[in-house]
Write a protein that binds this ligand. Sequence first.
Ligand code: 5GP
Length: 209
Amino acid sequence: MNAPTVLQPGLLLVLSAPSGAGKTTLAHRLLKETPDAVFSISVTTRRPRGKEREGVDYRFVDVATFQQKIERGEFVEWAEVHGHFYGSPQSAVDEARARRGSAIFDIDVQGGQAIKRKHPDAVTIFVLPPSMEELERRLRDRQTDSDETIRRRMLAARSEMERGIASYDYIVVNDDFERAYSELRAVVVAEHCRRGRVDVSKLGLGVGG
Ligand code: 5GP
């Protein structure tokens, strides 16, 4: 039998998907309905888009500031995506551990895999669009990206999906938002009930919790 993964306090939830699959909307709903959860606000060198707000959607910094943060060890993982840098703050992990609560990471597959290597008890969930046609339609509906950007994102999406399907713990297909959300919620509820995450100490049994 494989040795079970050692569970540390807190639940690190990694949500990945190609952009346009609807993962950010799912993540925000999950955040609203999971009282112990906080959203890991990534640091990025890309510019704000549309209604994005500093310190809410991302922390927007210049490349020099990002480099400093790497050197100071402020990221649990960082990566270059579509020509910009993105990093997840180590503080999101530390705070979730300290609070024994959940941290939600809305990041790409390379970031999710890096977190899983460092924290094998992290739970990785990949959100898929119902089809490639639907994904392209959703990207075009945003009307913020040029044709060239959309072509690049579609190519990146294909490889992201292949890597996510091959390595993530759970897959949720976002064809219908309410159904996809209920699946995501079911995964989170089940993970909260995982042996080792439930506090059984009050029972005074000879096993931990
Ligand atoms: P966008 O620029 O569309 O907001 O994000 C582009 C991609 O970068 C998305 O797949 C998003 O999940 C990913 N991303 C956002 N923050 C991070 C992060 O902190 N680390 C990594 N590895 N990817 C991130």
